[in-house]
Design a protein around this ligand. Structure first.
Ligand SMILES: CSCC[C@H](NC(C)=O)C(=O)O
Ligand SMILES: [Zn+2]
Ligand SMILES: [Zn+2]
Length: 420
């Protein structure tokens, strides 16, 4: 029996499942079976699991309750120069709900087929990354390695519902300040080609409801100035803009979804009866704006479209991200140099993009820390939030190898001028 704290020691429960399976894969499948599924995630199970691993690896372990029932476990590997800024490896514990009838296997069984594809909710988004961080650190520790900078792994709740009771609160806590973060990694997306996608920024999500007020009356008459006529104008302006952005993306092969403004009408409401012309109708829009767009000018455009639709057309924000910080991908940047240099040494092809949706990286960047979104899954279809989400075990294991090179490189970035 190996002693407690020895990084090669694994619990009996994990080891006994399949003697032919790589133990890292077995651990991944164990984590996938924990039902941290929204809207009622079993975070206790995940926190216990992560604490157990922290103890196995001899890592420092703390828990920060950011609000009732929302705990962030932090596993820390102290560097040889703990005064230097640290490396933050972040992942979220929760996963999105499933439509079980559309799955070929139970999404919480982590079934592995004959080709090594592991089917489970969270296989790509993003329990793979959590275990890859852990297993890379396990291997580095087992080899007796240590690095100047401290490495922290944080496992946050509620990313899938916007992070408002997770990372958004956590970055404001003194415990987060005490981590003294220099650089962070968080989630990215799979890439179906040989390349790996790296996200250096995100679009700003704007969620707005446009309310159109108009004259009511009997449904059999030509009422003047109706809410529906105004809503029609609003929808036409918004969707014409949508179409132009869609065309711009289609016509320029250098552009990705992260480079254009995406807009969708996602909800419609109003009306009480077939024969009553309503005095109010509402449309909700999900708008995602790239960091290169002037937000003030864009809002002025929205206002103009609403004004042009007629009297009594107003809008209200339900989400309005304003931080357009991007992380440097210049060779002169020490963090990017360390990240891209390690990737180059592994002959990895990188594609740098703007993330088309919103992740917890936006809170990390807004708090002033450089962050890259990176989930090391190439030759893999993008299946996050989809039915039959899976990850191949060889791709999963390759991701551990990648982190075993990335972590040393990042945790060995020489002291920056501000740190001397
Ligand atoms: C704006 S809070 C919601 C966050 C969610 N994130 C993802 C990755 O789907 C989204 O972009 O809709
Ligand atoms: Zn995610
Ligand atoms: Zn997600």
């Amino acid at each position: 029996m190996l002693p407690e704290g020895d990084p090669t020691r694994r619990t009996e429960k994990v080891r006994s499942q399949d003697p032919h399976e790589d133990p890292s894969v077995t651990l991944f499948r164990e984590y996938l079976r924990l039902k941290t599924v929204q809207p009622e995630p079993n975070y206790d199970a995940a926190v216990q699991f992560l604490e157990r691993i922290g103890a196995e690896l001899g890592l420092g372990c703390q828990k920060v309750e950011v609000c009732p029932g929302r705990v962030v476990p932090i596993l820390s590997w102290q560097g040889t120069d703990p005064h230097l800024r640290s490396i933050l490896l972040n992942s979220h514990m929760d996963v999105v709900p499933v439509f079980e009838e559309h799955w070929s296997h139970d999404p919480f069984e982590a079934f592995k087929d004959s080709q090594g594809n592991i089917y489970a909710r969270g296989a790509q988004d993003m329990k793979c990354v959590s275990i890859q961080y852990i297993e890379a650190i396990r291997r580095l520790k087992a080899e007796g390695k240590c690095f100047p900078r401290t490495v922290h792994m944080t496992f946050v709740p509620d990313e899938e519902i916007g992070g408002h009771m997770g990372m958004e609160l956590f970055v404001k806590r003194p415990e987060f300040q005490a981590l003294n973060v220099g650089f962070a990694l968080d989630e990215g997306l799979a890439n179906p080609t040989d390349a790996f996608t790296v996200f250096y920024g995100e679009k700003c999500p704007w969620w707005i409801k446009v309310k159109c007020e108009g004259s009511p009356g009997h449904g059999s008459r030509f009422i003047e100035n109706t809410a529906a006529e105004k809503l029609h104008r609003v929808i036409t302006s918004f969707l014409q803009f949508r179409d132009s952005e869609k065309q711009r993306l289609k016509c320029d092969k250098h552009l990705t979804l992260g480079d254009v403004t995406c807009l969708n009408m996602t909800m419609l409401s109003g009306g009480v009866s077939f024969n009553v012309v309503p005095s109010e109708l509402t449309a909700a829009f999900d708008i995602r704006i790239p960091p290169t767009v002037d937000l003030k000018a864009f809002e002025a455009q929205l206002t103009a479209w609403c004004q042009a639709a007629g009297e009594g057309v107003t809008y209200e924000f339900f989400q309005k991200a304003m931080d357009q910080t991007v992380t440097s991908t210049e060779e002169s940047d020490p963090w990017w140099k360390a990240f891209s240099g390690a990737c180059r040494d592994m002959h990895m092809m990188l594609k740098c993009e703007i993330f088309p949706a919103a992740t917890d990286s936006r809170f990390i960047r807004a708090a002033g820390h450089p962050a890259l979104g990176f989930s090391p899954m190439n030759r893999t279809p993008v299946l996050l939030h989809d039915h039959n989400e899976y990850l191949n075990e060889r791709v999963f294991l390759q991701g551990i190898e990648i982190y075993t090179r990335l972590i040393p490189s990042l945790a060995s970035v020489p002291p920056l001028p501000a740190e001397c």
